[in-house]
Design a protein around this ligand. Structure first.
Ligand SMILES: C[S@@+](CC[C@H](N)C(=O)[O-])C[C@H]1O[C@@H](n2cnc3c(N)ncnc32)[C@H](O)[C@@H]1O
Length: 264
């Protein structure tokens, strides 16, 4: 077994991350970033370092499942969700079901909850749920906690901050209970092929599939197709794309912003 194979084995055994689910080049890139930080020159050296420094495991986990996110990431998409997608779902009923897949530390589902709350008379005339899922326990715990530093709130207006957050007085802000009540956070592996729920009106899965192989992306799109109601929306990240093989499952609504509708 070569050093890279030994490292992958260690990752699987200690971090329970299945390397075969990720492109090899991606794993190598992430390993390289940890090797730079730990001043190790080869996979073999890094493996030795990993085994002798227990605190390195978590750092490696974080590097492998990068969780970068922000509130209203890609403003235009959220404008369209607010202006067109959610109003179209709510036009004939007062019920909406959303799946925010790969939600990281919660900024995306809380952004959606703010939109819903503000569009629907403070949520009072709405029965809605946002399923927010991620594979990473630690990041999910942070999402559930919903405490963010001032820098993270840079895209929010003062009015949004005042209405939806409590200033904790130490430079951090806690999401208010009315938003939390709209979201169900849970652990879910998008490679499982199992939808978190059915009869969904909107699935957002943004900046997650860049780590997946073509086949896995196609399988994921099929899972979302099964999860959505007819005419439901699928929103991808701006740099992501639908594979040829499954193009027939979704019709583009806005090709630039990667908004699709489930084909009948
Ligand atoms: C870059 S973040 C994107 C967060 C958010 N969707 C956004 O666009 O800002 C990618 C997230 O996908 C999650 N992820 C990666 N592989 C996953 C999988 N197989 N199942 C569920 N979540 C996964 C990571 O843990 C990470 O939190």
């Amino acid at each position: 077994m070569d050093d890279f194979e030994a490292l992958k084995k260690a990752i699987e055994q200690t971090l329970h991350i299945h390397c075969e689910n990720y492109k090899e080049a991606y794993i190598k890139r992430r390993l390289l970033s940890r090797m730079r930080s730990t001043n190790t020159a080869t996979h073999e050296e890094y493996l030795r370092y990993l085994r002798s420094h227990p605190e390195e495991s978590e750092k490696l986990r974080n590097a492998l499942t990068i969780n970068v996110t922000e509130f209203f990431r890609d403003t235009e998409v959220f404008e369209l969700i607010k202006r067109d997608l959610i109003p179209s779902v709510l036009s004939d009923r007062k019920k909406i079901r959303i799946w925010c897949a790969g939600c990281s530390s919660g900024e995306e589902p809380y952004s959606l909850a703010m939109i819903l709350y503000d569009l629907t008379n403070s949520g009072t005339d709405l029965s809605g749920v946002i399923y927010a899922t991620d594979i990473d326990d630690q990041i999910l715990a942070r999402a559930k906690e919903g405490v963010y530093d001032q820098k993270s709130l840079k895209k929010l207006t003062d009015n949004q901050i005042r209405r939806h957050f409590t200033d904790l007085g130490d430079g951090t802000f806690a999401v208010k209970p009315h938003l939390k009540a709209m979201i169900r956070f849970s652990k879910h592996d998008l490679m499982s092929g199992i939808p978190i729920a059915r009869y969904l009106d909107l699935v957002t899965c943004r900046n997650v599939t860049i780590y997946f192989t073509e086949g896995q992306k196609n399988d994921l799109a099929r899972t979302f197709h099964t999860a959505l109601v007819s005419g439901g929306y699928y929103v991808m990240g701006k740099t992501e794309y639908l594979g040829r093989e499954i193009e027939s499952l979704f019709v583009p609504v806005n090709a630039i912003q990667k908004i699709f509708i489930k084909a009948p």
